[in-house]
Design a protein around this ligand. Sequence first.
Ligand code: SAH
Length: 348
Amino acid sequence: MTDLLSLTPEELEALLVSVGEPKYRAAQMFPQLHRGVSPEQMTNIGKATRQKLDGVAAYRLPTVRRRLVSALDGTVKYLFALGDGNCVESVVMKYKYGNTICISSQVGCRMGCRFCASTIGGKVRDLTPGELVGQVIAAGADTGERISHIVLMGIGEPLDNYDNVVKFLRLVTHPDGLNISYRHISLSTCGVVPGILRLAELNMPITLSISLHAANDQTRSSIMPVNRRWGVDELLSACKTYYEKTGRRISFEYTLIDGKNDSPEAARELARVLNSHLRTRSTTMPIHVNLIPVNEVKETGFRRASDDSVAAFARTLEDNGIRATVRRRLGSDINASCGQLRRAEADG
Ligand code: SAH
C-alpha cells in the first residue's frame, strides 16, 4: 500500500493517473495532504476518486499517544504512534522567531552513543519520508500553530536513513506543501562521514550540526562507537569539505559529562583541533559550539558537569577564539530530550 505522504507531487500524479484519474487531481490533493486533510475530508474530491485509491494508497498521520506540556516554557513533547504501532518522540519549542519542532528520524538508533537513551534498545526501523513529514503536520494540527523551523535531533541518526531524510527535506520545503525554508532546517549527525559528503554534493542550504562531544579519538571512541569507523580528523575534514562546497557554517554540539570531557584541557584541545581544521589558509569557517550539560539517563551512569565547569569550559573556548553558548534547556520539567518517553512506553 502506497503511503500518500511519502509521494512528491510528480509521484502522486503518476499514481492517480495509474488508477484512471486526471493529472490535475494531484495538484488538488498534495497541498491538502500536507495540511493534515485526509482524502475523506477533502470537499473537492469525489467518492469515485476515493474508491479508486482504496486498497492502493493510504493516508496515515502519526497519532498522539501522549502529550506533555511544560509548565515552565510551553514546550510540548509528543509521543507519536506510527501506523504499525511503533512510537517516536517529537518536541515543539516556542522561540521568539517562531515554533521549532524537533523530529525523530528512526525508531530507535544503532549508533550506540553511551550517554544517549534513544540507542539503548537498538534500531527497530527507519522512518519513511511520509512519517518524517507527518510529525510536522500532526504537531502543527495539534498545536494549531504554524511550525516554521525544524531540527532533525530527535530519536535516530538522520544520515543512517539518508534517502528518506533527503526526500523528506524536498517534501517539507515544497512550495505547494508546508513550504518550510531550507534555511530554517537543521540536521544533526553523530558523524556519519559518507552521509556528510553526499549531503555536501546536494548543496541544500540547511544547517548541519555535528555532535562532537570530544576532540580526541580516545575519548570520543569511548563514548561514541561511530568514531571508531570515522575518527575526529576524518570527520572534521568532511566538515571542511561541506563548508567549502555549501558555504554554510556548521554548528558543533558538545555534551558535557562530569569527569569525562569537561576539563579545561579538554576545552583547550577542542579549540585547538577546531581551529587547526577549519581555520586554515584556505578555509576560515565561523565556528560555534553549543555546550549542553548531559541529561542524566539512569541506564548510562553519566553525571552532569557542574555549572562551574560548564562556565569555565565556555570561557576557555572563547579565550581561544571559539564562540560558545550554553544551551538553554527548554521543557526540563517534562524531560523533553533524550528518547526516554518512548522507552518508558515500551517498558509499560
Ligand atoms: N543522531 C543525531 C541526532 C539525534 S541526537 C546526532 O547524534 O546528532 C541529538 C543530540 O542530542 C546529539 O547532539 C546527541 O549527542 C545529544 N544527546 C543524546 N543524548 C544526550 C544526553 N543524555 N544528554 C545530552 N545530550 C544528548
